[in-house]
Design a binder for this molecule. Structure first.
Ligand code: UD1
Ligand code: MG
Length: 456
């Protein structure tokens, strides 16, 4: 079935009290509007029209490229006026037009598809829900036979109408040609002096066009975001749902209420995740991986059996099978740890590969380095990879032992099996298999006296 979709996103979002347009606020790491557009994608609409107004330039900069058709609504005179702006951009060959809100992010594709199907290019289909507290919503009015007669906005409703619990969610599907006619005939003769999209319901009834009210199965998917508190509430609902899905798949979360996924997380069998971890981008955890408390992982792959101890920050890193990371380690983009590598506390690794069994256990920096198998990289040692203008590589052969507090001034190569004495600043390449020490010889001055404070 060929379809138009209109997403209304011109409203101010006053209650967010933010300089950022409301629909650009993030839910689980993605803008609210992105959630709506992602739900639309499987419907493969002939035309998707986004109505922008407040913050239009920011929203168009983020979403304007590609197939999305942006129209501006200036000033914003109500939801009916918003759809009026979209009308010229609609594809007349698509008999059904689905209307969604940019600030109702958790609408599911199946629900949107069912709403469009309920319209079928012939009927006006409304998505409704029963709410215990319907304050602020448009109420669904029904005639004696139970058919939908219209929608009355909260501010225009009588006390008796305000007692109605069935509300309009703000989402509908209408026959395209009729929708064009109806929104063209709207007036703003109401409490808010706005052009209400909801007034088209009474027009449909008057014309004898059937009106269907479809009840949403789940409250969460029709909740809108108007305030930081509502945004946080939806975030917790979405996070809980994601946590439940992972646990259903066998992932052991220490506490599903203290787990945040802002992207995708793919887990093998017997994965354990302790409290307060945040996963961003695309994260893959192999069988038996354990993630300690308070870790942040963004765009990472952690192979089977590896352990990330508490308080680690990993971004753009690959961690090999059986590796141990942390606590308090930082892996930056381009880090690739081989199997059984150990990275200890206060160690930072960037754009470096460490081969199987290499260890950097304490207070170290490895940047732009290639580290061989079984290398032991001592406490406090660093690669000086930046000369103030360019980055250079450090290559450390297999079985090298770098003592504590060394500076390896790149570019430099350390031959296999070499040992570098602690405290060395090494700026020339180091031969294999030997001990290299770059250090002033130790001297003891026998008759030296400590200075004394002069009197007076
Ligand atoms: C609307 C419905 C109400 C329903 C409620 C559900 C109308 C008249 N009322 O009311 O029946 O119960 O949603 O949440 O439609 N927008 C524009 N341009 C405008 C005004 C709004 O693009 O000029 C957009 C907003 O950005 C938002 C959506 O339309 O995405 C809904 O607007 P909002 O002001 O929240 O409508 P409500 O008064 O809540
Ligand atoms: Mg609203």
């Amino acid at each position: 079935m060929s379809l138009n979709i209109v997403v209304m996103a011109a409203g101010k979002g006053t209650r967010m009290k933010s300089a950022r347009p409301k629909v650009l606020h993030a839910l689980a790491g993605r803008p609210l509007l992105q959630h709506v557009l992602d739900a639309c994608a499987p419907l493969a609409a002939a035309r998707t029209v986004l109505v922008t107004g407040h913050g239009a330039a920011d929203i168009e900069a983020r979403f304007g490229a590609g197939a999305l058709h942006c129209v501006r609504q200036e000033p914003q005179l109500g939801t009916g006026h918003a759809v009026q702006q979209a009308v010229p951009a609609l594809d007349d060959a698509a008999p059904t037009t689905l209307i969604l809100n940019g600030d109702v992010p958790l609408i599911r594709a199946e629900t949107a598809r069912a709403l469009a199907a309920a319209c079928g290019g012939e009927r006006l289909a409304l998505l409704t829900i029963e709410l215990a507290d319907a304050t602020g919503y448009g109420r669904v009015l029904r005639d004696a036979a139970g058919g939908v007669a219209g929608i009355v906005e909260h501010k225009d409703a009588s006390a008796a109408q305000r007692a109605i619990r069935e509300v309009y969610t703000g989402m509908m599907a209408a026959p395209t040609a009729a929708l064009k006619r109806w929104v063209g005939a709207l007036t703003n003769d109401n409490a808010q002096r706005e052009y209400y999209l909801t007034d088209i319901v009474a027009m449909a009834v008057a014309e004898g066009v059937p009106v269907a009210a479809t009840q949403a199965a789940d409250e969460t998917e029709v909740l809108g975001v108007n305030s930081p508190a509502q945004l946080a509430d939806l975030e917790r609902r979405l996070q809980r749902a994601q946590a439940d899905a992972l646990m259903e798949a066998g992932v052991r979360l220490a506490d599903p209420a203290r787990f945040d996924l802002r992207g995708s997380l793919h887990c093998g069998q017997d994965v354990e995740i302790d409290l307060n971890c945040v996963f961003e981008g695309r994260v893959v955890l192999g069988d038996g991986v354990r993630i300690g408390a308070n870790c942040v992982l963004r765009d990472c792959e952690v192979a089977a059996g590896a352990v990330v101890h508490p308080f680690c920050h990993l971004e753009g890193a690959k961690v090999g099978a059986g590796a141990l990371v942390g606590p308090f380690a930082r892996l930056r983009p381009g880090t690739e740890l081989g199997p059984e590598v150990h990275i200890g506390n206060f160690v930072e690794v960037k754009n470096s590969t460490l081969a199987a069994g290499a260890k950097a256990n304490h207070l170290a920096y490895l940047g732009d380095a290639t580290v061989g198998e079984r290398v032991n990289y001592g406490a406090g040692s660093i690669t000086a990879n930046y000369d103030g203008a360019n980055k250079h590589r450090t290559v450390i052969g297999a079985d090298v032992h770098v003592g504590s507090n060394c500076v390896l001034v790149a570019p430099i190569t350390v031959g296999e099996g070499a040992t570098i004495g602690g405290g060395s600043t090494v700026s020339k390449s180091v031969p294999a298999g030997r001990l290299t020490v770059v250090r002033a010889p130790q001297t003891t001055i026998a008759d030296w006296q400590r200075p004394r404070k002069t009197k007076g």
